[in-house]
Design a protein around this ligand. Structure first.
Ligand SMILES: [Zn+2]
Length: 246
C-alpha cells in the first residue's frame, strides 16, 4: 500500500509521541513503541525496530511503518521491521474498537513498583487530579514479565488490561491506550508522574493516602463531568512536546 497524506500525518504524530516519551526519559534507548490505527481502520502505523532503527527519542516519520491487524509489515523501508511485540498493539486494535492509539514503553520508576510489588497509592489530590484519576479508575497489572511476541500472549495481556486505558507489566513496562495518540501519550506521562511522586514519598518517609472523603469527592466530580482531565489533555500534550523539544 502506497503512503497517503493522511498516513504521513499519522506517521509524524506517532514519531512525535516517541520523541516526547524518549526525550522525557520514559523509556530507554530503542525499547518501546507507539502506534496509531490507520484512517481505514484495517492497518496500524507503528514505530519500527530492525537494522536501520534509531532510538525512540530520535524517531522520525520514516521510522514509522505500516502493519496489518495480523502484525505483518505492509509498508516501510527495507531495513525496518515490526517490533517483536506488535501483537500487543494488534490485539488491542482487534478487540477494542474505541482504541485509536497504543503506547508501550519501559519507564524505570513505574517498573520499580512492579518489581517490589508495591502499590501506587493515591497520595495527592489537588497536586495533580489528572494522574490521581488514573488510580481511582483502577490500574491493573499483567503479572508475567515476558515480551508479548504472539497473539496467545497478547490475549492473556489483553485480559489483564480489560477495558482500562492503562496496564502495568511486571518487570517489563507499561501499556496505555486512548482515543488519540495525544491521549495515550499523556496517559503514559501521567502514570509516570504518579509513580515518580510515590517513589519520592517513599524516599522521604511513609506515604499516606489522602482521605476516603477526598477520594469520594474527586470521584463525584468526575461523575458529574467536572473533571478537567480531558480539557487539560491537549495543553498537557503541547507542554510536554515543547519541554522535550519534540
Ligand atoms: Zn516491552
Amino acid at each position: 500500500m502506497a503512503p497517503t497524506d493522511a498516513h504521513s500525518d499519522a506517521r509524524e504524530l506517532v514519531a512525535k509521541s516517541c520523541r516526547m516519551l524518549g526525550g522525557l526519559g520514559l523509556t530507554k534507548a530503542a525499547t518501546g513503541h507507539v502506534s496509531q490505527r490507520s484512517p481505514d481502520g484495517k492497518h496500524v502505523l507503528i514505530r519500527a525496530r530492525g537494522r536501520d532503527e534509531i532510538g525512540v527519542r530520535y524517531t522520525t516519520a520514516e521510522q514509522v511503518i505500516m502493519v496489518d491487524l495480523d502484525g505483518k509489515k505492509v509498508d516501510g523501508a527495507d531495513g525496518l521491521a515490526a517490533p517483536s511485540e506488535v501483537y500487543l498493539h494488534a490485539h488491542l486494535y482487534r478487540t477494542r474498537p474505541e482504541v485509536q492509539s497504543v503506547v508501550h514503553i519501559h519507564p524505570p520508576t513505574v517498573v520499580l513498583f512492579t518489581i517490589c510489588e508495591m502499590p501506587l497509592q493515591p497520595i495527592y489530590g489537588g497536586y495533580d487530579p489528572g494522574s490521581l484519576d488514573l488510580l481511582l479508575k483502577g490500574i491493573p497489572t499483567y503479572g508475567r514479565s515476558i515480551t508479548i511476541t504472539n497473539f496467545e500472549l497478547a490475549k492473556e495481556f489483553g485480559a489483564a488490561m480489560g477495558d482500562k486505558n492503562v496496564c502495568l507489566m511486571r518487570g517489563h513496562g507499561i501499556t496505555t491506550a486512548g482515543a488519540s495518540v495525544e491521549e495515550a501519550t499523556v496517559t503514559a506521562i501521567r502514570l509516570n508522574e504518579l509513580a515518580e511522586m510515590n517513589f519520592r514519598a517513599h524516599q522521604l518517609g511513609t506515604p499516606k493516602p489522602i482521605s476516603d472523603e477526598d477520594i469520594a469527592e474527586f470521584q463525584r466530580r468526575r461523575n458529574r463531568g467536572e473533571s478537567k482531565g480531558a480539557v487539560h489533555m491537549n495543553s498537557t500534550w503541547r507542554y510536554y512536546a515543547d519541554l522535550s523539544g519534540a
